[in-house]
Design a protein around this ligand. Structure first.
Ligand code: SF4
Length: 375
């Protein structure tokens, strides 16, 4: 398949790994931002191809994972209301709320529908004018234009029964929190290529300068990742702190201006709470006053609801690169894909799901696995 197979060539991958080995002279810790990159790294064993001096840690780039528990609970409250049609991408349905998930609402008779685009939800709203239709608008900058388009279209069409539950977050403020932490040990970033297709990479330049970190916009295939690591390590070895673009086949410096303009028309930058991290100023998107009528939180009266995350789930530390999934005492025991405690265990971009899927069979038995089996 064009644009896939040539980026998975094992001979070229080994050549990149050798080039990294020849470049590195001391230890470096790099963070890949995106959960899709994490899955590729774990699936293809890219971290195991690298010299021991290079450590990869995983960042907060899984949108499902960073959605706080209280927003999942709000979705559940709305979806369970009689007559409501609740639309979502499929990966949100198994994310646990405080006491259940969207699948269990559906099983109990709720009208929860999986859609493949927010504009599908607009179509559902047009076909069901007597029912409230809500779309769960979760994501980073990548999905913001499509979600903005759904609201824009709904307004154009005069739909009064459509609204969105917004959980939009922005990457650069989260990077700033990680870099500003006194415990930070990340020295270079692989920025998420798909986010930059929309936003470009100009806004990373002040971050690279302020914190003296190289940031390499990187794709998702094995060779993309290895080349991004090579570019990042080369900068570190040379004492450079620049923003470079490995993913030039998809990303331009200025990004997609029409998409940015649509997002700026429908959304404004607001503080957002991140799962396991807490509120980060100016780190999310909310609807502008012109589109506030499409805000599901206000429409269904759930704005003030809050919830406590499970204290055993260390997903906040995993998503800031401070811990790996296996460091969590619940990993593979009380938290599995069938019985998740946290979103990173069920999201297709979650680090815990990646380790469980691709690495679990190689890991030593958990210390209390026997007692659990006896129970
Ligand atoms: S293994 Fe489960 S409980 Fe532990 S950090 Fe991951 S999602 Fe949370």
């Amino acid at each position: 398949m064009k644009f896939v197979e040539e980026y998975r060539d094992p001979v070229a991958a080994r050549q990149f790994a050798e080039a990294i080995s020849h470049t590195v002279t001391r230890p470096w810790t790099l963070m890949e931002i995106c959960g899709g990159q994490t899955h590729s790294i774990v699936k293809y064993g890219i971290d195991e191809l690298l010299p021991k001096e290079v450590t990869l840690v995983h960042g907060p780039g899984c949108p499902v994972c960073v959605t706080p528990l209280e927003l999942i609970d709000k979705a559940l409250q709305i979806a369970a209301q009689p007559g409501v049609i609740f639309c979502s991408f499929g990966d949100m349905l198994r994310v646990p709320g405080s006491s259940r998930d969207l699948f269990s609402v559906k099983a109990a008779g709720g009208d929860v529908r999986i859609v493949y685009s927010p504009t599908d939800a607009v179509r559902v709203a047009a076909q069901n004018p007597d029912k409230p239709v809500v779309f769960f608008a979760v994501g980073f900058e990548t999905t913001a234009p499509a979600n903005a388009m759904s609201v824009f279209q709904a307004k154009q069409m005069g739909l009064k029964n459509y609204s969105i539950l917004v959980s939009h977050v922005l990457v650069p403020p989260a990077m700033e929190v990680i870099l500003g932490s006194p415990d930070n040990h990340v020295q270079g970033f692989l920025a998420a290529g798909h986010v930059c297709t929309v936003m470009g990479f100009e806004e990373y330049e002040p971050l690279a300068k302020k914190f003296k970190v190289p940031i390499v916009v990187t794709g998702f295939e094995p060779l993309d990742l290895l080349q991004g690591i090579y570019m990042c390590v080369s900068q570190l070895e040379q004492g450079r702190f620049e923003v470079e673009n490995q993913y030039a086949r998809a990303v331009r410096r200025a990004g997609n201006r029409p998409a940015q303009e649509l997002v700026a028309k429908v959304f404004r930058v607001v503080p957002r709470k991140w799962r396991g991290i807490g509120e980060i100023p100016q780190s999310g998107l909310g609807l502008t006053p012109e589109y506030a009528q499409f805000d599901a939180e206000t429409r269904f009266g759930v704005s003030e609801y809050t919830a406590q995350e499970d204290p055993e789930c260390i997903s906040g530390l995993v998503m800031q690169g401070a811990k790996k999934p296996q460091d969590c005492t619940a990993y593979g025991k009380r938290c599995t894909p069938d019985h998740p405690l946290g979103a990173p265990m069920v999201s297709s971009e979650g680090a815990c799901a990646a380790y469980y899927r691709y690495r679990r069979l190689r890991e030593p038995e958990p210390a209390d696995a026997g007692s659990q089996r006896r129970g």
